[in-house]
Design a protein around this ligand. Sequence first.
Ligand SMILES: Nc1nc2c(ncn2[C@@H]2O[C@H](COP(=O)(O)OP(=O)(O)OP(=O)(O)O)[C@@H](O)[C@H]2O)c(=O)[nH]1
Ligand SMILES: [Mg+2]
Length: 405
Amino acid sequence: MPPPQILIGVVGKTNVGKSTFFAAATLLPVKIENRPFVTIEPNVGIAYVRRECAHVDLGLPSCNPKNSVCLRGNRFIPVKLMDVAGLIKDAHKGRGLGNKFMDDLRQADVLLHVVDLAGSTDEEGRPVPPGTYDPLDEVISIEREINEWFYSVVSKDWERFARGLDSLTWDGVVDALAKRVSGLSIRREHVILALKASKLELSKPSSWREEELRNFIVKLREIAKPILVVGNKADIPEAEDNYRRLTKELKVKVIPTSAAYELALRKAEKSGLITYLPGDNDFQIVDESKLNPKQKTALETIRGFMKKYGNTGVQQALNTAVFEVLNMIVVYPVEDQHKYTDSNGNVLPDAYIVKKGTTAQELAYMIHTDLGKAFLYAILAKENKRVGATYELKDNDIVKVVSAK
Ligand SMILES: Nc1nc2c(ncn2[C@@H]2O[C@H](COP(=O)(O)OP(=O)(O)OP(=O)(O)O)[C@@H](O)[C@H]2O)c(=O)[nH]1
Ligand SMILES: [Mg+2]
């Protein structure tokens, strides 16, 4: 089975631009309004991470992608994106829409925490003059709500569960914990890391105090559902100072973003007014005479923003979440290691997003179970080199698997 598509959850305070980010990344029409709690039901769509396509490095003129798209030398590989309702402080006590809806994100691999970097919405998401509300508070208080949601799911009926572990060996305890949280897309290795990080690997869960259980669950959240902060509305001047403060004072990595600008560029591209690829640092106007003065000014403003920040931030956020936060790499399975094709002659048909550390045999299983079972060796196409089952794939490897069948 090919690697499952990564699920990225878009979370944050209400009215910060989550749906705008989602619309910009997926080009799906969703409800966007300047008031709290516009989104109620989750929006699900396909977004893409962007990489230079391997055909460029090989000096090939083009490729024939099947599971992804190649545009002007850039491979866009699909990931799933989910936009949910907004949180507010004390959502876990039932305020706003509460935090039950976060259950929609049980399968998420990583969370993009969209914040209003301009401070133009208050604690409850109501519009206020930019610079009025402090996004540092938002980063902290919303993360706390996410942790509370996670805690409420994992700690449910804990005492009875923990007593049942008393007779088990360490391995048995880990297995039972992993099974209990498997519905949250948490793997065994996450559980082990969280036990170690909370220094609880030597004690029985039934002996944990409330505080220790909480510590374990928060660590588990950090490991299994890491958060990347997206500083949205960065186009509003007040955002600049907050960007510096978040980075310096809170020491969190923030992707400065204008989801509104990205959405405008994507729409302009779609209607043929500009050429632009998501993640580009600039765009080209196709025909100046087709633009009205208002459009021209708007595009120039967007260009100014891109000069300052490098890009709109939307593609950057998706890429950072997948390749830095989740530590994924891209590999290309092929059948003909000389032509880099599948059996039908398609050049570099598939690009798989896999975890760093994935082995050649694990990749074989992803291509086809039989290929994994009958694995003999793999050939790295670029190096024309044989490697064994335990070879750890490198980013951009092009791999042919040879099996006994
Ligand atoms: N200036 C600016 N405004 C933005 C940006 N992104 C979104 N907005 C505006 O912020 C308001 C809220 O946007 P939404 O995308 O509906 O926000 P949300 O977080 O999904 O809100 P809820 O679903 O109600 O929780 C709208 O008026 C958007 O036009 C941005 O990058 N810059
Ligand atoms: Mg919304």
